[in-house]
Write a protein that binds this ligand. Sequence first.
Ligand code: ADP
Ligand code: MG
Ligand code: MG
Length: 885
Amino acid sequence: MTKWVYLFSKNKTEGDRSMKNLLGGKGANLAEMSSLGLNVPPGFTVTTEACINYQNNNSTISEDIKKEVLQALKEVEAATGKKFGDASNPLLFSVRSGARVSMPGMMDTVLNLGMNDSTVEGMAKLTGDARFSWDSYRRFIQMYANVVMGFNHSLLEATLEDLKDARGVHEDTHLTAEDWKELVSVYKRIILEESGKSFPTDPMEQLWQAVAAVFRSWSNPRAFKYRDINGIDHNWGTAVNVQAMVFGNMGDDCATGVCFTRDPSTGDKRFFGEYLINAQGEDVVAGIRTPQPINNDSKNDANQSLRTLEEVMPETFAELTRVYKILESHYKDMQDIEFTIEKNVLYILQTRNGKRTAKAAIKIASDLVSEGLLSKEEAILRIDPEMLNQLLHPGLDPKAKKNVLTKGLPASPGAGAGMIAFTADQAVTWAESGKKVLLVRQETSPEDIGGMHMSKGILTARGGMTSHAAVVARGMGKPCVAGCNDLVIDYKTKTMKVKGMTFNEGDYLTIDGATGEVIEGLVPTIDAEITAEFSNFMKWADEFRKLGVRTNADNPEDSAVANKFGAEGIGLCRTEHMFFEAERVLAVREMIFAENKANREKALAKLLPFQKKDFLGIFKEMKGKPVNIRLLDPPLHEFLPHSQDEKAELAEYLGIDIREVEDRGEKLHEFNPMLGHRGCRLGVTFPEIYNMQVRAIMEAAVECSEAGVEVYPEIMIPLVAVDKELSTLRGEAENVIKAVFAEKKKIIKYKIGTMIELPRAAITAGEIAPHAEFFSFGTNDLTQTTFGLSRDDAGKFLPEYVGRGILGVDPFVSLDQNGVGFLVKHAVTEGKKVNPNMHMGICGEHGGEPKSVEFCHHAGLDYVSCSPYRVPIARLAAAQAALRK
Ligand code: ADP
Ligand code: MG
Ligand code: MG
């Protein structure tokens, strides 16, 4: 029989932290904390399986589930000594969602469930505090109306704002019991008018409806969107936690707050958090009042004048300190903890591994190793390789002139610049049309997730370091400046005033999420600097990985960036990029237009010094690390002149008529250039092109070597389908090399090999192998040709394929392991049969994508090669692949 409900209480706890899939992250950790003896209000978790059952059962809660809920409810009544629905001593519940992985703000929580016209009076009498009791009731109605009955937030909130205006007060705390009572009756009237249904008074009905609403909220559009963005399975379902309420809004000896055991922005070992006195639930996160710092370490520009929890409630703060230490060493990771203080007693409501920036993640993992809490291996497996992206990306150029308008809180580091968009929808629209957007909001809410995702950065006028904007931005790795009080945003006129200046939607603005600065216009950015901590962490990764990591680079500058990031060589140097530069392209065109070999050679002779210079620069930068150079690959017509001016210029240069230029251009036209006269087919038909390139490579290598710089060139012949192509071209290349060595009286070590990027090459790899010293899998073309789809045209249908699940992922992003991967593995096996020492690598875009890197590790490749900025990502992914085995 399936068990649907799991208790957590001092006396009896049925779950633990290993049960995240069944109990959700929140439920599993509530159970774990109960078992640790921490002061957690008792309750029970209805499982994720029950959520799936509900969905498959016509959106009804089955009788079995109901029976277990009623049983658990009795146990919680016994544990608290209160009774659910009892007017004289009422038990109230929070109903909280909790999926396997934390989805901040996605699913909705209802607090104070069980309140009605009689329990409110009972609570008032019991606590001697009518104001508190009615405040709790009106909060309950607001949340229930929104989450369960589907009312828009703003409907009831507007009524509250009106009431505050009428009373002439700014803060909720200044309203009286009578005010709240009045508000409750207005709320009930509005609900009746708008929905035709009266607000439910039966606590049991409230409970069933709330549980069902949490189950349903798994399928709301916001949750869907979040899961899509984060690649979370839509079939997991959410658990529901039903937990006895504790009250942070019972007076000035009560509070509610959020804290992090270490700094989530920098990773520094300092306890850090925010709280509000006399407040409930999400008041802190929602940015309703400016939250107070829990200690001096948590002070910032916005809250420095406010009193800390340490000052206000020293004993409770000491207890919180004791608890956070227990939790951090138990979970061996930085914790994000939610707590409530009721009448000076501390209750822990949630703990989870805190979201953090990449910089913090590295710092924390490294520190935990030094503190002896983690092994190096565990630390390496902790970091999501994609996260490193954040670290490797640019910040503001410190030398750039900047007009700092104001400062907010440095909520998530990195520089972000773009056009101001005041709504998430506007941000999405502009971003989709290729514009850089900065999302500027009063505060963000879960509805804004899509717009936040598409923006270069997020700026909010309200909210603290734990506000929705701050937490979500850190998770996304987006720059964020929060709580920038100087901003006066007017959504109606779509303007923003700051320090006497007015900005319209569409104006440019820059933020620095590391300092909190808000800057006028677009400010130039500079590359990330590599910290000692980061380098050290990457060294650990290098100790474990088996795969080599090279880079794809075509010039000395990119090679230098890659070297800085730890590249062990160049896996792909594309020579055609060198042909496009202004002074060279005429010679290239002359070569293409040559009608006989002699003229072609004349043009190629002009190109030779250019190519040689390029290779010299790269060899010098790489200092003896292998440099794999691919001979000319693209169809020649890519180099043709397009504009009338270019055609005229070429006609004059060649001394022919412009019409002749056009005629010859037309002859070069191809119906399907991707599958046309390109790659080694050019080498076969115009051998002098490759001969020139090989000569340039070898002359450069000899020159370097003579200058005392070590070199190791690898010559790669592209788009081979048939072994004879390779054997022919290899023979030609070797003749040139021999000639160069003889002329220069010097011998250099080199390799000649091929790309495997056509299915036929992969299938007949055993025939090709005798002629190759290495294989490099060109998985971009291999994906195109295996699927028979052109990457340049796939945009019209591939997103829909992925959206509808026909393809799990875009095969140009993550290697298609069953299809393309099958060919790769086959070619590796066949190649190694011929030559067990044959060197194998991958040079497609996949070389920097963690899942594909893991595949390469298992396929037995020697190295991956990726763009310079992804080199650290590949190094870490390779280490993880080796450790996960
Ligand atoms: P989220 O997943 O959005 O963090 P939670 O379920 O943690 O949602 O609930 C939001 C807030 O509601 C919590 O931070 C906490 O302050 C408050 N809350 C939840 N359960 C209780 C409870 N039993 N007693 C008092 N407050 C609670
Ligand atoms: Mg929530
Ligand atoms: Mg929470």
